[in-house]
Design a protein around this ligand. Sequence first.
Ligand code: MRU
Length: 340
Amino acid sequence: MESPRPLDTVRYIEEQKAVKLINQRKLPETFEYFTAKTVEDVAYAIKNMIVRGAPAIGITAAYGMKLFADTYKGKDFEHDARRALELLKRTRPTGKNLFRALNHIEKAIDKGPEAVIKAADEVVEKEKEYERRIADRSLKFVEMISEKLGKKEITFHTHCNAGRLATYGLFGTATAPIYVAHRNGYRVRAIVDETRPVLQGARLTARELSVAGIDTTVIPDTAIGLALMKGLSDVVVVGADRVCKDRSVTNKIGTYVLATLAKRHNVPFVVVAPTSTFDECTFDNPPPIEERDEREVRYIRDVKIVPDGARVLNYAFDITPAELINYVISEKGIHEVNPI
Ligand code: MRU
């Protein structure tokens, strides 16, 4: 599949020695960049979700180490680079790509700054290549699903943002089938869950897809059941923060609800992720689930909606067991989990 002009979700700016990120906290109202000049700035951007989405986090962390190596002026590179690496590892615990990227770079630290820069660039090139290949696999998937549905009109239902804002910026992962179907003459619609509390669906995916000319409808997460019951969606496509070896999947909180209801209403449920997201975890030995600041739930913008007398739980991710998943699409192909 020919790549579109990439969205510059995350870029290394050689002349400025900086990592430039689309500031996703400001979307959809304001499109502005965040410029990270130090590895501490990069860690801040990941932790505070200026950049988010498993592949984009991995790429950003890799560029964080590149920035560190490229600007290093100290005396003990190996010691200081390990500290920088640990700082990045402590940002977000759930997505696999961060750790895969940093583990790859770690092996180069004792060889010096040039080797770290090379390893970081390798991480990014790999993620880019995976994204391209996922788009090719997605076209095969779209053809298959269209044949099963007996129509060239497909309504995709997605959750959170596993789009171009969550990757290097070509096709995204869960959005790849949507973009390739749209490009290949299918009549495409998208239903996007709002995705409380950070609203990645409403703020990011709805913006991304509607800017690309895709007919997009946002629903509150509470409407998922009724939407599926009414038959509004033909297929659910989501991304992943980890695909476990038993094919259970950790993804944005609410994915499990969506998968459970999709199964109940016979709507195929498909996970799209590069193998850089795959891990040795299982449903019984799951990855760590990040719990984020309670203020994300307690407040909407600056307005307090949960009284002080009540506690808040803010799990950022959940786990969907393999029995609820029909297919996993990676750059390697369409993996059948519970084929339809
Ligand atoms: O907390 P976020 O916004 O980083 O969570 C993002 C998701 O859960 C995505 O679905 C996942 O990382 C895949 S992104 C291609």
